[in-house]
Every structure is written in C-alpha cells, then in structure tokens.
Write a protein that binds this ligand. Structure first.
Ligand code: C2E
Ligand code: MG
Ligand code: MG
Length: 780
C-alpha cells in the first residue's frame, strides 16, 4: 500500500482531527489521575504480543478503548488509542527513532472513525443492548482495520506479525467473548455479583485462552514444520527436485541454477528428459519407473551442465505419497563431480604409470586375476607377453633418464598402435612391459603378436635428434598351459623372456616344458655353484700366449674349470652366465684373480721366468666400486708385481655407464696393471671405444680367426684391426689359432701374439710347467 493516496490522506486529516479532539478533551475534561493509568495500561496492552499471544493484545486494547468510550466518551478513549499506538510504533519500527508519523496519524484517524461510529451507534440504543452494540461496532472496525494494519505491519517488516485470516478469526472469538464478559461485569451493580462474574469470566477466559493457545501452538508447529521443510528444500546444498507421475519437473531448489546453470522457470513443467540433458537417459527412466512403483532408488547419473560440461551425481529418489497414492517422486542429486575427479586422480595414481600413462603393475595384476577368473568360468584361455627392452639400460646410462623416459613413451605408443585394442598393455616398471591377449586360440596367436611387436620396434626411435635402434626380448606364457595362477604365469613368461634374452635378445620365446627343464637345470646349477667355492671345486687352467715375433711364450690366460661332483665338468660358458645372474661371479672372480696371481708368484718363486698373467673379468664385477680395491688387495696380498697382470674385459662392459667404466679402467691402469679387450669384434664394437679407453691389448675373437682362411672379409677385418691397434699403440692377440696356416698368416700381418689349440690347450699348472719350462716343448 502506497503511503500517499486519497484514503490515507483522508485518514491523515481525520487523524489530525482526532488529535485535536484529544487535546480539546485533555484541556477541558481531562482528569489526569484517570489518564495516567490508562496510558500505562494501553501501552502495556500493545507490548503484550511480545510476551503473550496476539489475542491478549486485541482483548486488552479493545477492553480499554471500549471502557473509556462508554464511560468517558470519544475524547477519553483516544487516550488509550494514542498511547497504545505510540508504544506500537516505537516498539515495532525498524528504526526506533524514525517513526513514520504519517502512518501514525493515519492510524489515529482510523481509530477515531471507529470509536466515533461505535459511540454514535450506541448513543441512541438503551442499556443493556448499547454495550453489545458498541462491542459489535468495535469488532467490525477491528476486522476492517486489520487489513490496513496488516499492510502497515508488512511494510514495517515486523517479524512474526503476518496476517492470517484463520488465526484472525481464532483471535476474534476470545476477543469478542472476553470483552462482552468484562463489560458485563463492570456494569453489575452488586458487589457479590461482580465477584461471581469475575470468577466465571476468569475461568471462561482461561478455557478460551487455552483453546487459542493450543490452536496457536498447532499453527506454529505447522508453520514451523513448513519452514523446516522449506529450509530443507531451499537451503539444501544438493539439488532437490520433485516430479509428477508424467515425469514432469514440478519443483527444484535454487541449487538447480548453481549446479546445472538452469533457472527453475526454464525447466518447470517440462518432462525431465527434455528439461535436462541426461547422459544415461535409459537408466534414469528405468529407475524412475521403479521409484514410481514405490521403491526408493539410489543410483549414479551424469547430467550436462547448461554450458555443456558433464556433472556427475549420486541420486537418491523416492515416491511422493499422498493419501497412500503415489503422486510423483522426489530426487536428491548430490553433486559428486569433484569427488569423482579426485577418485579418478587417485585411481590414475594407483593404477597407471606416470611416465607412459599405461596401466602399472598393480593394475596388471588386477586385470590378470580377472582374466584368470573369466577363463576359469568360461573354459577359455589367454596369453601373456612379457617384454624387456634389450638395450634400455645402456641408453638410460649413456643418454640420461629423460631420454630413457622419452624412449619408454615412444615404445608404449608403438605397442598401443600395434596390439589390438582388446589387449591389455601395461608397464611393470623399468623397461618391462606386458601384453595380455584375451581370446587367443593358441601359441601361434601369441607368436604372431610377438612378431608384430618386434617389427613395430625395429624402426629407429628419435632421441635428442638421433636415431636409436632397440630390440626386445619377449617371453610368452599361456593360460592354462603355462600356469593357472598369476604368479606362475608371470614367473614363466619372465623365464621365457630370459631365455629369449640369453639367446642374444631380439627374439621371443614361448614357455614350454623344455624351458621348464632348462630353468630347473639352471636352479640346480645355481645351487651347486653356491657350494662350489666353499668346497674348492674350482681350479684354474692356463693357456699360453705365443709372441709371434720372438717365438716365445710370454704369457698365459687363466681359465676357470669346474668339476662338480654332482654335475660333472661344467664348461665356463655355461656356469659363468649363471654365476653372473646370481652375482656369485663376484666372489668367484675374486678367487680366480687371487689364485692366478698366487700361481704367477709361485712360478716366479720356483725360478721360472716371469710371464704375463691374463685374468678375465666379468661385466658384473664392474658394477660395484670394489673391483679396483679387490685388484689392489690381491696384488698386495700375493705380492705379484702389477706389470705381470693383464685384465681382460669384454665390450659389454664398455656399454655400461661409460663415465664410470672409464674412471674404473683408469684407476686400474693407475695400479700398474694392463687392460685388454677380449673377444673383440663380436659384440657391440664401436671403434671409438678404442680411442677413448686406455687398452694395452686387443684380442681378436676366435670366430674371425677360424673363418679367416675361407672368408676374404675376415682376412680384411683382421688386417685392418691389427693395423688400427698398432696405430693406437696396442698389442694384438689372435685368439683360437688352430692351424699352422692361420699362424703363418697372422705372423705375416705382424700380429703380436697368438693363443689357441695350435700352440697349446689350456693346461693345468703342472702340465704347463712341464711343457713350458721343463721340456720347453712349447717353444719348439
Ligand atoms: P675367453 O676369455 O675368450 O677364453 C678363451 C676361450 O677360448 C677358452 O674357453 C678357451 O678354452 C677357448 N680356446 C682357446 N683356444 C681355442 C682354440 O684354438 N679353439 C677353440 N675353439 N677354442 C679355444 P673356455 O675356457 O671355455 O672359456 C670360455 C669363456 O669363459 C672365456 O672366453 C671367458 O670369457 C670365460 N671365462 C673363462 N674363465 C673365466 C674366468 O675365470 N672369469 C671370467 N669372468 N670368465 C671366464
Ligand atoms: Mg679371455
Ligand atoms: Mg676371448
């Protein structure tokens, strides 16, 4: 209601008239003793709603007004009206000091009209009906004024003072009855009658009050539960919505806009599937149907935000039941997008490899268990490929870890491109990958995939702008032939992979019974190897080296022999790789070095001319830092002069961490020992090694020597190698010289030394002493 309109302006003028009437009354008839208590009473009556129910205020005010009106006239009743109103405006105005005087005076105007009407309406009516009339008129006035008051009160934003017609009627009843009784009492002439009536009135008022209080309480409870429901709906941090039986959205809380970007008006009364863009619509509809049949549902659902982004929810829904009939349903959609994202990140971290993005070891084992379970249930089979890159360690060591990682990423990409999408590729760690092939019919399917992988990895990888070639060794196991549980399948695929690697790498191998046998043999070998040192089963034989210029034996190579009581004579080519695998080569190698040095010193002590002692070192002995110390200690303990010791290393050692190897080799050289490169030409020879490493001797592998008489190319290689070695100030030893022809050719090419069966087989110390120094047969 607007403050300034015709009605309010009229009321305002009447209000002014009322005030003038009041002042006139005060000036002429005003009895101050009477006025002061009523001012207090009227003010108190206005304060009553704060502490008591609203009806008490109505009754209180009405009684005072009517009493003053009937007993003392219009002017006197204005005492209660003005003082009561003033209290009301002061108490309920939002800003106590800023009273809206216009409205205040309008109110006085309104009351002025009502008391005037009441007064004149009853003026001509004789007792006792006069009073009843006054009450009636006043009640009619209150009724009409309530609407006005309500508007004012609303504009004053008074808490809990909202007008409600029902409660108003409930208020009116005690008001009307209460006033009737009270006025009836004060009109009684007899004192006793008055007391009886008072007692009666109090009882009636108490009953009424109780009745209205209960009603008010119920109302309040209803209102409160309404508010609670509203809060639950509106303040809910989740999206809450209701649907009718036709799946139309009938309401949605403000979270609709916050979470999905839609205004309520955009979606209301539209079928859910048209209002919102749901990803799994079929599932949603199915769940809604079930919900309509009365079963509450809980399910995940993905809904598009208005801006097109996906949001994931957990929906809890149930039927809305009115009078035992399902009239629709409700849903509470908990936004789980952030949680799901966090879950995905955790899952990714737990199950995926951070370098390649492929599933990791944990995921691999999970998948493997699933495949085993399915295969067991369906009676099917599957295959596993276990890959290990052959040169990864070298690339990682020489080009750095970043390049290594880069290579792994490129390899994983090629694997993904090569292998069918139904397969499961994972990285177990390091340079090991696995491929699980579900639905394989037999070993041939796995072999085919292995061939495809080898083919895919055969083209060069680009690392730091350079082409890098790698190969892979693949072991294959099949369910159920190679194993029926995860551990066995992995173990056997790994064993097959090692087999592939042992045969030179760049190949694949299917796990088989023979392989199993080989593994068992290897295990037996390992077990026996462990005891061999302790039981002194090793011995050394020495193969002489002939100086081709002087025609004299100037050195020997110490070669290990193992005569095992269980296994018989085991060639070093068989047990050394195994000893390297289980690291036993470190104590064995140390024993060889010590024994060879000891023997050399013993010969010298026996008066034989000092000769060079060559000892083979395994690449594994180079992995620790101890080799330099070991050599130093052994030389010290045996008393051999370092210049008589030559250490033979193979090219494989040079492929390991180049800088470290270089450092170790220099430290060894600093001890005064000589270093030779063994089996030159068969490994990953790079002529540049010769330039960078301080070798004293180059041993040409016996395969070249054996072929030299038949192959022109081998002759060329040998000639070139001798020439190159000499240019680099190295001596050359030809290994495996078996014929006179070979020796003559080598002599003619200025090869420095020769070693081979033609000169002598490896000999035990006593045989060597005999042949070399006692009979001097080897010099003949
Ligand atoms: P290697 O260092 O190249 O040793 C030379 C191998 O060639 C020896 O085999 C020797 O018996 C053989 N050989 C010598 N002359 C001829 C010949 O004219 N014709 C043929 N066909 N073969 C000949 P062996 O003793 O079986 O040793 C094989 C390999 O085992 C050695 O190759 C060496 O790499 C390794 N090895 C032997 N003893 C030790 C050792 O104490 N420590 C380490 N780390 N490795 C050893
Ligand atoms: Mg050797
Ligand atoms: Mg050799």
């Amino acid at each position: 209601m607007k403050d300034n309109n015709k009605l309010t302006n009229t009321l305002y003028v009447i209000g002014i008239a009322g005030i003038i009437h009041f002042i006139y009354y005060l000036a002429l008839d005003g009895d101050w003793k009477l006025i002061v208590p009523f001012v207090v009473l009227a003010s108190f009556a206005q304060l009553v709603p704060i502490v008591l129910s609203g009806s008490a205020a109505f009754v209180g005010n009405g009684i005072i007004n009517l009493f003053l009106l009937i007993e003392y006239g219009i002017g006197a009743s204005l005492i209660a009206i003005i003082s009561g109103l003033l209290t009301f405006f002061v108490v309920y105005s939002p800003n106590k000091r800023k009273i809206n005087w216009f409205r205040f005076i309008c109110n006085i105007g309104m009351f002025y009209i009502s008391v005037t009407i009441s007064y004149y309406a009853t003026f001509y009516i004789p007792d006792p009906y006069r009073i009843l009339h006054a009450i009636l008129c006043y009640t009619v006035y209150e009724l009409s004024s309530v609407g006005f008051n309500w508007a004012i009160e609303r504009s004053l934003k008074i808490p809990n003072r909202r007008f409600q017609f029902k409660s108003f009627i409930k208020l009116l009843l005690p008001f009307f009855l209460g006033m009737t009784m009270f006025l009836k009492i004060i009109m009684q002439q007899l004192y006793f009658n008055q007391l009886v009536e008072i007692a009666f009135a109090i009882i009636i008022l108490m009953i009424i009050n109780r009745y209205t209080n209960t009603l008010n309480k119920q109302n309040r409870l209803l209102e409160e539960s309404n508010q609670r429901y509203k809060s639950l709906f509106e303040q809910n941090p989740d999206l809450v919505f209701t649907l009718d039986n036709e799946h139309r959205l009938t309401s949605a809380n403000p979270m609709l806009e916050t979470i999905l970007g839609y205004k309520e008006s955009e979606v209301l009364d539209k079928p859910f599937d048209q209002a919102l863009h749901i990803l799994e619509l079929d599932r949603f509809q199915e769940k809604i149907m079930q919900m309509q049949s009365g079963i509450p549902q809980h399910f995940p659902l993905t809904i598009y935000h208005k801006n097109g982004m996906l949001r994931e929810f957990d929906i809890t829904s149930g039927p809305t039941i009115v009078d035992n009939v399902v009239v629709g349903g409700y849903g509470i959609a908990k936004d789980r997008t952030a949680d799901k994202e966090a879950e995905r990140i955790i899952h990714r971290m737990a199950y995926f490899d951070s370098v390649t993005g492929l599933p990791n070891r944990a995921y691999f084992y999970k998948k493997l268990s699933e495949l085993i379970q399915t295969a067991e249930e369906t009676g099917g089979g599957f295959g596993m490929l276990y890959l290990d890159l052959d040169q990864f360690k070298n690339i990682n060591d020489t080009q750095g870890h970043l390049s290594g990682d880069n290579l792994l990423v490129q390899v994983s990409r090629r694997l993904l491109e090569t292998v069918q999408s139904a397969s499961f590729i994972s990285r177990l760690g390091g340079d090991e990958f696995t491929v699980l092939l579900s639905h394989v019919k037999g070993p041939e399917d796995c072999n085919r995939v292995a061939r495809m992988i080898r083919q895919a990895l055969s083209s060069p990888f680009v690392l730091n702008g350079q082409d890098v070639y790698i190969t892979t060794s693949i072991g294959i196991s099949l369910f159920p032939d190679s194993g029926t549980d995860s551990q066995t399948l992995v173990k056997n695929a790994d064993a097959a992979m090692y087999k592939a690697k042992d045969s030179g790498g760049d190949s694949y191998c299917l796990y088989s019974a023979e392989l199993q046998k080989a593994i068992e043999d290897r295990l037996t070998l390992q077990t026996n190897l462990r005891k061999a040192l302790e039981k002194k089963e090793f011995k050394l034989v020495y193969q002489p080296q002939l100086d081709l210029n002087a025609g004299a034996i100037i050195g020997v190579e110490a070669l290990i022999r193992w005569d095992s009581p269980e296994l018989g004579e085991v060639p070093p080519t068989r047990f050394i790789p195994e000893a390297e695998r289980c690291m036993l080569i470190i104590p064995i190698g140390e024993w060889v070095l010590r024994e060879a040095c000891r023997q050399s010193v013993e010969w010298q002590k026996l008066g034989y001319p000092p000769i060079s002692m060559s000892v083979n070192l395994s690449s594994v002995q180079f992995q620790g830092d101890d080799i330099v110390n070991t050599v130093r200690t052994v030389l010290y303990e045996t008393g051999l002069s370092p210049r008589y010791l030559e250490l033979e290393i193979t090219e494989g050692i040079l492929l390991q961490n180049t800088n470290r190897t270089m450092r170790i080799l220099r430290e060894l050289k600093d001890l005064g020992v000589r270093i030779s490169i063994d089996d030159f030409g068969i490994g990953y020879s790079s002529l540049s090694y010769l330039k960078h490493f301080p070798f004293d001797t180059l041993k040409i592998d016996r395969s070249f020597i054996q072929e030299m008489m038949r192959e022109q190319k081998d002759r060329l290689i040998i000639g070139t190698l001798i020439h190159l070695a000499h240019n680099l100030e190295m001596k050359v030893v030809a290994e495996g010289v078996e014929t006179e022809e070979q020796m003559e050719s080598l002599t003619s090419w200025s090869c420095d030394l020769a070693q081979g069966y033609f000169i002598s087989r490896p000999l035990s110390p006593s045989h060597l002493e005999e042949g070399l120094w006692i009979n001097k047969s080897m010099l003949a």
